[in-house]
Design a protein around this ligand. Structure first.
Ligand code: DHB
Length: 380
């Protein structure tokens, strides 16, 4: 949706095929943390008005361990901040903008296969039982990890790199005011816990759990109890509970496909890469791909550069691997791995102590969290 929106602003036509209903994607619970650059892109492209009104600007986060909290002050260390604004809200704003200027979105359009990506790409899709086809110059595969675009690249051209984590996140949404003004990332001997939020009335919380964990084993009381145990401080941190209205388990993995382009087919976001969620990078990394693809298409259609997208993979992957590194580092620092004894526990605590007391180390965390700079500033 962001790519289609940016292209529209540049006078480049596109068709969006969305497999779900509008209602579904406007309500689906996903990410909630926007890097400063992501928020700026939405604002500069004219879809940031509600985000600026309803989003929560955060100037730091807390790292909690050993029964005490330690703040990382993003604003002071980097001059930048993050915005808490749910992905489904971004989606609502983009849909409203697109319908407002009368550009096409096909809802409930299930992409079946792509063809002729070397010359005149076509996408076959089914909408309400009827098969259709779109012919186009380029295909932007923004169809997620399970989409049809990545598998359309010949297997012998594609390298897949993967890392499985031996744990998952149990996530909840609860109707209770957040227990703190800023996000709290907690390392505890029993595992990771995260307090985040969606609004002044809604908290989003996560707990590290086993990957095969059955959500049935986690009645609400047990979730609150475990969160309280992990997030407890010597000062007596109080975590109020409230009605839980959404509960899910998210497996954790790192994944990267290379190249991200095959002929006239491009992969963006989760279609090409998955990062573990610690650090909230997935959405932001997808938007970074969108920037690269938009610039390339603008070079082709407006600046007459036929090879405008020639370096797409290289340009995207530079950031992808930096973000993989950051997400893997945050994950390793804050989670309990299998068979970790006292030695490993002390390494976790020492690393957290270092990160929260060394200005150099705090700055390294902060500049990654608010979003690394782009090699070319500005929108287009
Ligand atoms: C959220 C998710 C994350 O993975 C994270 O690191 C921070 C916040 C969230 O959903 O609010």
């Amino acid at each position: 949706m962001t790519l289609a929106h940016l292209l529209h602003l540049q006078g480049i036509e596109s068709v969006v095929l969305e497999s779900h209903t509008r209602e579904y994607i406007e309500n689906r619970v996903r990410a909630g943390v926007l890097e400063q650059g992501t928020a700026e892109l939405l604002r500069e492209s004219g879809v940031g008005e509600r985000m600026d009104r309803e989003g929560l600007q955060h100037n730091g986060i807390e790292l909690r361990f050993g029964g005490a909290g330690h703040r990382i002050d993003f604003k002071e260390l980097t001059g930048e901040s993050i915005t808490i604004y749910a992905q489904q809200e971004v989606i609502k704003d983009l849909i409203a903008a697109r319908l407002g200027y009368g550009a096409p979105i096909c809802f409930e359009a299930e992409a079946l296969r792509v063809a002729d990506v070397h010359a005149q790409p076509r996408i076959f899709y089914r909408q309400r039982g009827v098969e259709h086809v779109v012919a186009c110059d380029f295909i932007a595969g923004c169809d997620g990890f399970h989409g049809i675009c990545r598998p359309a690249i010949p297997a012998d051209r594609l390298q897949i790199q993967e890392r499985q984590y031996p744990f998952a996140w149990l996530g909840i949404l609860a109707r209770v005011p957040p227990a703190s003004d800023e996000l709290i990332y907690t390392y505890h001997e029993r595992g990771f816990a995260l307090m985040s939020m969606r609004s002044p009335e809604v908290s989003r919380l996560y707990l590290q759990c086993a990957p095969e964990e059955d959500i049935q084993n986690w009645p609400d009381d047990r979730i609150w109890e475990e969160l309280r145990t992990r997030m407890a401080t010597r000062e007596g941190f109080a975590l109020n509970d409230g009605p839980i209205f959404q509960k899910s388990i998210t497996p954790m993995r790192g994944f990267a496909a290379e190249p991200m382009q095959y002929e006239r087919l491009f992969l963006l976001g989760d279609a090409a890469h998955i990062v573990p969620p610690t650090g909230a990078k997935g959405l932001n990394l997808a938007i970074a791909d969108v920037r690269v693809m938009t610039r390339g298409l603008v070079d082709i259609y407006k600046n007459g550069k036929r090879d405008g997208l020639a370096n797409y993979t290289e340009r995207c992957l530079k950031r992808v691997w930096k973000v993989q590194r950051f997400s893997a580092w945050m994950t390793a620092m804050l989670h309990r791995f299998e068979n970790e004894g006292a030695f490993s526990h002390n390494i976790h605590l020492a690393e957290l102590d270092y990160v929260t007391t060394s200005r150099a180390a705090s700055t390294a965390l902060a500049e990654n969290y608010v979003g690394l700079p782009f090699d070319t500033p500005g929108l287009f």
